[in-house]
Ligand binder design. Structure first.
Ligand SMILES: *[C@@H]1O[C@H](CO)[C@@H](O)[C@H](O)[C@H]1NC(C)=O
Ligand SMILES: *[C@@H]1O[C@H](CO)[C@@H](O)[C@H](O)[C@H]1NC(C)=O
Length: 201
């Protein structure tokens, strides 16, 4: 148990290093600046969270096979490989934010996925890359907590818990079985901008 926790901690501490990818620029600025990211309508905003309405969005997604550094690097490499394969076929996958880590809970099992946002109408070659799939994230209402560190296991959990408490206090109903951490900055950025997303139900 203790060992498991330590392992997760060290893995997520290193997550920042994994966030720089071939699809990404090295010098991302603040929230979405100069890069495509999913559009939304702001429905409500208070000091604790935002309520946003997203439409359907497209992502390239791969499963993170294990919560180890190797698992994260492998997932990131697969997504980069997808971008590289597209490039070789003459298609440029645009630089985008965020990098999304989605944790879903099914029965007692948690699965983690890493995704890069793909803007609508991005021309792509029909080449498959093992274990990478194009995925539509259905639109809907999302509750968002903003924080200013790179998400690691500790900060991700703390902020998810805080969002959960704030939503409960505000009487909002949300899907407790899945959440995402969205990173919009590289590890080396001078200031960080990250979000926790939980879907309304
Ligand atoms: C996680 O991020 C927080 C905030 O940046 C930092 O204080 C903490 O040391 C990090 N935890 C690990 C395990 O790196
Ligand atoms: C992108 O495409 C989806 C599915 O066709 C659509 O629901 C969504 O509104 C589009 N988003 C934008 C920003 O045009």
């Amino acid at each position: 148990m203790q060992q498991h926790f330590r392992m997760e901690r060290s893995v997520f501490a290193l997550l920042g290093f994994v966030l720089v990818s071939l699809c990404k620029g090295q010098t991302a600025q603040t929230f979405c600046q100069e890069k495509p990211c999913p559009e939304f309508t702001l429905l409500e905003s208070n000091k604790d969270f935002e309520t946003r309405l997203y439409s359907d969005t497209l992502w390239i997604t791969t499963k993170i096979a294990s919560r180890t550094l190797h698992g994260l690097i492998a997932a990131n490499s697969r997504l980069n490989h997808f971008c590289e394969t597209q490039k070789q076929a003459g298609y440029t996958t645009p630089d985008t934010w965020p990098v999304l880590i989605t944790v879903t809970k099914d029965e007692d099992e948690e699965n983690d996925f890493m995704s890069f946002f793909v803007p609508n109408n991005t021309a792509m070659a029909e080449i498959s890359v093992p274990c990478v799939k194009l995925q539509t994230r259905p639109g809907g209402t999302v509750y968002v907590r903003i924080f200013h560190t790179i998400p690691n296991l500790t900060s991700g959990r703390t902020n998810r818990e805080k969002l959960r408490e704030d939503l409960t206090r505000a009487g909002k109903h949300f899907d407790a079985n899945t959440y995402s951490a969205a990173a919009y900055t590289t590890y080396w950025a001078l200031s960080h901008y990250s979000e926790i997303w939980m879907s309304a139900v």
